[in-house]
Design a protein around this ligand. Structure first.
Ligand code: NDP
Length: 255
C-alpha cells in the first residue's frame, strides 16, 4: 500500500473511474460536491445523493456542462431515512445499473460545540443518525449491489476528532470514533470474502461551510480547498486501492 503522503500526491489517470457507478452522499455542497465533480471528470457515472435538490441540480448541470456521464439525482434525507428507504435505493440502483462500484459516505453534520455536560439529547441523536447510523444502514442495504461489482469501494468519512477526543466537539467527535470502529469491524468481516472493501478518510481542515461553522474566526484562505484533497478520495475509490481494506487515511497527512 502507498504511504499517506504518496496517496495525497496520487495522480489519478483520466479514465480511472470509466464505466464505474459511484454514489456520493452530501453531493450538493462542500467536499461531496467536489468529489462528485471529480469522479465524473474521471469517467464515473455519479449518483448524487443529498437533501437539497436545488444544490444537487447545480452539480448535475456542472457535470453535464463539463462533458461527464449523465449523473442521477437521488434526494434523500439521512436524518429520517429508514431501512426500507435504503432497500428501495438498492432496488433502483440494481434496476438501473445492475451494480454499484463505489459508495462515498460524505454527508455529515457538526451538531453543537459545547461541553458534553450541556449537550442536548435531540442534537446528539441527529448527529449520530446522520454521521453513523445512516452510513451503517445504507452500506448494509446496498451490499447486494456492491457485491455485484468486480471491485467495490466503500469510503466513510472520519475526522481528526474521531481519533483523539477533543473538548466541546461532543457528538460529532463520538460519531467519528464510531465511524472508525465501524470501518475496522466491517473490513475484518469482508476481508477475503469477496470484492468489497471499506476504508475511512479524514479530509483534514478543508475550506467548506462546515469548517467555517466550526471555526468562524479562521481565515479560510489558510485552508486547503476540497479540490486539493481529491487525490486521496480518487485513490480510495479507484482500482489502484483494490487491495486496501480497513484503513483510515489522512487526506492531509502533513497538517
Ligand atoms: P458541508 O457542511 O460543507 O457539507 C455537508 C453535506 O452533507 C452537505 O451537502 C449537506 O447537505 C449534507 N447533509 C447534511 N445533513 C444531511 C442529511 N440529513 N441528509 C442528506 N445530506 C445531508 O461539510 P463538509 O463538506 O465540510 O464535510 C463533508 C464531510 O467531511 C463530513 O462528513 C465532515 O464531517 C467531514 N470533515 C470535514 C472537515 C472539514 O474541514 N471540512 C474536516 C474533517 C471531516 P445540504 O447542503 O443540503 O445541507
Amino acid at each position: 500500500m502507498l504511504s499517506e503522503a504518496q496517496i495525497a500526491a496520487y495522480q489519478a489517470p483520466e479514465n480511472l473511474l470509466a464505466e464505474r457507478v459511484i454514489m456520493i452522499t452530501g453531493a450538493g455542497d462542500g467536499i461531496g460536491k467536489t468529489a462528485a465533480l471529480s469522479c465524473a471528470q474521471h469517467g464515473a457515472t455519479v449518483i448524487l445523493a443529498g437533501r437539497t435538490v436545488a444544490k444537487l441540480e447545480q452539480v448535475y448541470d456542472a457535470i453535464i456542462a463539463s462533458g461527464g456521464a449523465e449523473p442521477i439525482i437521488y434526494p434523500i434525507d439521512l436524518e429520517g431515512a429508514s431501512s426500507e428507504d435504503y432497500d428501495q435505493l438498492c432496488s433502483h440502483i440494481d434496476e438501473q445499473f445492475g451494480r454499484l462500484d463505489g459508495l462515498l459516505h460524505n454527508a455529515g453534520i457538526l451538531g453543537q460545540r459545547t461541553p458534553l455536560n450541556n449537550y442536548r439529547s435531540d442534537v446528539w441523536e441527529k448527529v449520530m443518525q446522520v454521521n453513523v447510523t445512516a452510513g451503517f444502514l445504507m452500506t448494509q442495504a446496498l451490499m447486494p449491489v456492491l457485491e455485484k461489482s468486480d471491485s467495490a469501494s466503500v469510503v466513510l468519512t472520519s475526522s481528526s476528532v474521531g481519533r483523539t477526543g477533543r473538548s466541546f466537539w461532543g457528538a460529532y467527535a463520538v460519531s467519528k470514533f464510531a465511524v472508525e470502529g465501524m470501518v475496522q469491524v466491517w473490513a475484518e468481516e469482508l476481508e477475503g470474502l469477496g470484492s468489497v472493501r471499506i476504508n475511512a478518510i479524514n479530509p483534514g481542515a478543508t475550506r467548506t461551510n462546515m469548517r467555517m461553522q466550526a471555526f468562524p474566526a479562521e481565515d479560510p484562505g489558510t485552508l486547503k480547498t476540497a479540490e486539493e484533497i481529491m487525490p486521496s478520495y480518487l485513490y480510495l475509490l479507484g482500482a489502484d486501492s483494490a487491495n486496501v481494506n480497513g484503513q483510515s487515511i489522512d487526506a492531509q497527512p502533513h497538517r
